[in-house]
Design a protein around this ligand. Structure first.
Ligand code: ZN
Length: 234
């Protein structure tokens, strides 16, 4: 589904990933869960592109439900993976904290993960580091906005000329752990540093965009500052 000019949303009920088109070339923003790989071919075909057109894979952060098929896509297509410096520690892949899954509301996410290889997500072996405020030289030319807390390297990606702000897991419109909807922060326990996630969030309120595209949930149309104040109250 095209959610902004040349920006298409894919994924499942639980997690999103996106294609950004620039000429014939494509950037993949986040990479779902490993077995969502089988959707990539059809996703590219639906926008008239092929695997060879994939030039870059930009991760908003290194949690396994966003790293997913990144390594497979990298090795099969030759695309480069880009990740913020803070998420490149021991390996570019952070597995979920299984202690979060006692809540029955999180079981659809758990089931989706178990069916789609989440716990054996391959780490990314080769990657390029990006840092705050950098304009990435990839299709769509996103600018990285470092919003640490969810993870140390957690970043939003801003495409001002298309009115798009990818918020990753800094601000979501669906929390797959609680199944609550609307602009919000994820459940506290999901963040590496929940207090920092809250402190970072107002940074997004300063940006201009028409649509916010989160890691989880529907696109949100409106001003980032409105979404941020709703999320801080939610
Ligand atoms: Zn996530």
């Amino acid at each position: 589904m095209e959610v902004a000019p040349g920006v298409h949303r894919f994924g499942t009920d639980q997690v999103n990933w996106y294609l950004v088109l620039e000429g014939q070339k494509v950037t993949l923003v986040d990479a779902g869960m490993p077995r969502h790989w089988t959707q990539l071919h059809d996703a590219l075909a639906s926008v008239g592109r092929r695997l060879g057109d994939l030039e870059a894979i930009v991760l908003t952060h290194a949690h396994a439900d966003h790293v997913g098929f990144a390594e497979l896509a990298r090795t099969r297509s030759g695309a480069r993976v880009h990740v913020e410096a803070g998420d490149t520690g021991k390996s570019v892949r952070k597995l979920p904290n299984m202690g979060l899954y006692w809540r029955p509301t999180s079981w659809p996410l758990l089931l989706e993960g178990l069916r789609n290889g989440l716990l054996s997500t391959p780490p990314v072996r080769e990657y390029t580091i990006y840092v705050d405020s950098q304009v990435l030289d990839v299709p769509g030319f996103p600018r990285a906005i470092h919003v640490p807390g969810h993870t140390a390297g957690n970043s939003a990606l801003h495409l001002p000329d298309r009115g798009v702000l990818f918020t990753g897991d800094a601000l979501v419109t669906y929390d797959p752990y609680t199944r609550e909807r609307g602009p919000r922060l994820l459940l506290d326990g999901v963040h590496e540093d929940a207090a920092q996630a809250r402190v970072s969030l107002p940074r997004l309120a300063e940006l201009q965009a028409d649509v916010l595209l989160p890691g989880h949930g529907e696109p949100w149309r409106g001003d980032p500052s409105t979404a941020v104040s709703q999320a801080l109250r939610a």
